[in-house]
Design a protein. Structure first.
Lengths: 477, 251
């Protein structure tokens, strides 16, 4: 996918004025928040499971080489093959190589963000192989030539009329005047169309939510069952997995699974949680004859031992974006990257460079909700701050921002001056807003006051009030 | 293994070790990690499934129903043909179905219901109804554990519009970890020498999607209906009143 992250500000402006997107966001936001809250409230142990989840991932990352080697040996024991791919190019070549070797014409696909990261669909199409997305959301996006706008609800930004219009345009063999009475009719049509694709496919490609070292398994989590049909029916199954998906044992994976669905969709457990281990066994009546895992690094190993290592704990539940006030206003496409929202703001600069993605870690109010809902407690705001620091160090920050930061720094390093300036500022703003208690216009802050009022200070600075209260306390003590 | 893969492997492992500021793990540390894998310690198990047998069965049933599945409790295997015939009639479905080649399913006295038409084997896309054998089930979330085997094909879990599963109440456990223990204890995989079959599906309710306007619709690509035939072979659990699961509120 071509990144439009450098145009984030322009993208965001468009998104705010996109009536269809705003309708979708208004519909979705209460669901994003309410469902997780209800699921978490139903499990009193949830907070402790989060700590355990964080510790499992930290333990695994500290010994990642050991667990990868153990896992790979177990994959091979089960008749599978691991393709170690340091770069996106290596991974694309590995996938294409397998497809060409087996003479694949069509490939069905389960939902995979790694596939988006690699641009697998475009790559296969360029070589005459037809990829077919089978997750309902991904399917319509493929029909519309759009990237996903959310990592687990890729088409949440579409409204029912978009679905009907795309289906009429794509399924031209069906009567043009057919009526979609309910959403169910749209689903039924997709099911029938895709059933034929599942049966005809030569290769099935899925992602992986987890890799398990103990057993050499890959795990996928779906509600539709499309991932299972994708990996069961064709002769060849290819798993796309980045190396941080590793966990040591089934018990470790189980702890992560108790966190994943609750954080993602607010379900206690997804409908299908499936563990795949190698090829069809002797006597089995179904299942693939070849099992490949394309193991992708693509910059992740370089995050180890740095201030970004914690990001590798991410289990891609999307809770951070679901609860992000910025994402809830601009949606996913504005980020212009494969991974949107807070997790994307941290991960994207490592994938495409902070020079390209510098806007993303700046698109945050640092309210901290992302970290507060993260099932593995990734300090997302802290890491966005690290990216801002790197951006500043590399002189990528715009000149006006740098000048203002320098000015602020000059004042902030001089406590006497700082107090004087803030006292004058707070006094002046308090005087200006003395009647209404708020300010609707402010010089240099038109962008901020265009959408809301600034509450007027009450004429006093924090320092002054704090000093007064300390004196009061001292008197009593 | 190809030369490219060998090079890729060395590159990736080398990069990991370089960034972790160490070489390959010393033998004593590797031995500790191998011991952790061998012991596969359990973590915190939520208290909700720690119940007497009858409570676990009731919790399982309540969770299946919460997730839009249904359960029929039957005294023994001889009641299965009539229960299936009744269910299919009730749902207005044809009395034809594919049956997994599991001995437990083959032993059912099908002849008592000559109008039921059975085919034994894996499922095909044209099958409307399928019957699978449940290896175990997890009360914590109303989840079935269905490991693949010659007698338990994966397609039987997936392709039909209506999935029936025969489950013994004695195979309902509280937490996922207990189901893993059953798998570890009872299965040997001839290919790996381990216990994992090619595929283990944990199934919680019928297939669904909320991709269209975040509105839940059942029957996306997998079964639209999941109906569990629960054999009451557990003395202690039989005391369970039908829908009195503690700690579960109706959806």
């Amino acid at each position: 996918m071509l990144s439009t992250s450098p145009a984030f500000k322009e993208n965001a402006r468009k998104a705010i004025n996109d009536a269809g997107l705003q309708k979708a966001l208004a519909r979705t936001k209460p669901q994003f928040h309410g469902k997780r809250a209800k699921a978490v409230a139903g499990l009193p142990e949830f907070e402790r499971l989060r700590d355990i989840g964080r510790d499992i991932k930290n333990h695994t990352l500290a010994h990642l080489d050991f667990y990868l080697e153990t896992w790979a040996a177990n994959v091979e024991r089960a008749g599978g093959q691991v393709h170690w791919c340091a770069s996106a190019d290596d991974a694309r070549a590995a996938v294409l190589g397998i497809c060409e070797r087996v003479g694949a014409r069509t490939v069905t696909k389960g939902k995979s963000m790694i596939s988006e990261e690699l641009g697998i669909n475009e790559h296969l199409e360029q070589h005459g192989i037809t990829p077919v997305e089978t997750d309902l959301g991904e399917y319509i996006l493929q029909l519309r030539h759009e990237p996903p706008s959310h990592i687990i609800g890729p088409a949440f930004h579409l409204n029912r009329e978009d679905w009907e219009e795309s289906f009429r345009r794509a399924h031209t063999d069906l009567p043009a005047d057919r009526v979609f009475h309910e959403r169910r009719d749209i689903l039924t049509e997709a099911r029938a169309k895709l059933r034929a694709r599942f049966l005809a496919a030569d290769v099935g490609i899925t992602g992986a939510n987890f890799l398990i070292a103990e057993t050499g398994s890959s795990v996928i989590v779906t509600n539709e069952g499309n991932g299972d049909l994708t990996q069961t029916l064709p002769r060849v199954h290819i798993v796309l997995a980045s190396l941080e998906k590793m966990v040591p044992t089934l018990e470790d994976a189980t702890n992560m699974l108790r966190l994943l669905a609750r954080s993602a969709t607010g379900q206690d457990f997804s409908v299908y949680t499936t563990f795949s281990t190698g090829v069809r066994r002797e006597g089995d009546l179904d299942g693939p004859e070849e099992y490949h895992v394309v193991l992708l690094d693509n910059g992740r190993s370089a995050m180890l031992g740095t201030e970004f290592q914690d990001m590798l704990r991410c289990i891609r539940c999307a809770a951070c974006m679901n609860h992000c006030p910025v994402y809830n206003v601009v949606g996913g496409h504005a980020y212009g990257s494969v991974y949107p929202g807070p997790m994307g703001a941290v991960l994207t600069p490592t994938l495409i460079g902070v020079d390209q993605a510098g806007n993303l870690p700046n698109a945050s109010t640092f309210c901290g909700r992302c970290e507060s809902v993260c099932p593995v407690k990734i300090p997302l705001p802290k890491m966005m701050r690290h990216w801002r620091e790197r951006e500043f160090e590399r002189h990528l920050t715009p000149a006006t921002v740098r000048t203002n930061l320098a000015l602020w720094g000059f004042v902030a390093r001089r406590p006497g001056l700082y107090r004087l300036v803030t006292r004058i500022g707070a006094g002046a703003l308090g005087w200006l807003g003395r009647r209404r208690g708020r300010l609707s216009r402010l010089p240099f802050a038109g962008g901020w006051t265009a959408g809301r009022d600034l509450p007027a200070p009450e004429g006093d600075t924090f320092f002054a009030r704090y000093a007064r209260e300390q004196r009061g306390k001292g008197g009593r003590a | 293994m190809s030369a490219e893969t060998d090079a890729g492997r060395a590159t990736i492992l080398g990069a990991i070790r370089r960034h972790l500021h160490r070489g390959p793990l010393p033998e004593d540390q590797a031995a500790m990690l191998r011991a952790r894998l061998a012991a596969h310690p359990r973590h915190l198990i939520p208290a909700r499934s720690r119940l007497p047998r009858a409570g676990q069965v009731a919790l399982f049933i309540a969770n299946v129903e919460k997730e839009f599945g249904s359960v029929a409790r039957l005294p023994d295997a001889s009641a299965v043909p009539a229960a299936i015939a009744d269910y299919l009639a009730q749902q207005n479905l044809p009395s034809e179905f594919v049956v997994a080649p599991h001995p437990e399913l083959q032993a059912i006295p099908w002849a008592e219901r000559p109008l039921l038409k059975l085919r034994t084997g894996r499922a095909e896309a044209s099958d409307l109804v399928s019957l699978q054998q449940g290896f175990a089930a997890i009360a914590e979330t109303g989840t079935l554990m269905l490991p693949s085997a010659p007698e338990r094909p994966t397609t039987v879990n997936l392709l039909a519009d209506t999935a029936l599963v025969l489950l013994r109440a004695s195979r309902i456990v509280g937490a996922y970890e207990e189901a893993w223990d059953l798998l570890r204890a009872e299965r040997i995989d001839a290919m790996t020498g381990g216990f994992m079959p090619r595929n283990v599906m944990l199934v919680t309710g019928p297939s669904r999607s909320a991709d269209i306007e975040q509105t839940l619709e059942l029957g996306a690509h997998g079964p639209r209906r999941l109906h569990i035939l629960l054999l009451d072979d557990d003395e202690e659990a039989r005391a369970a009143p039908d829908a009195a699961a503690p700690g579960i509120s109706a959806p």
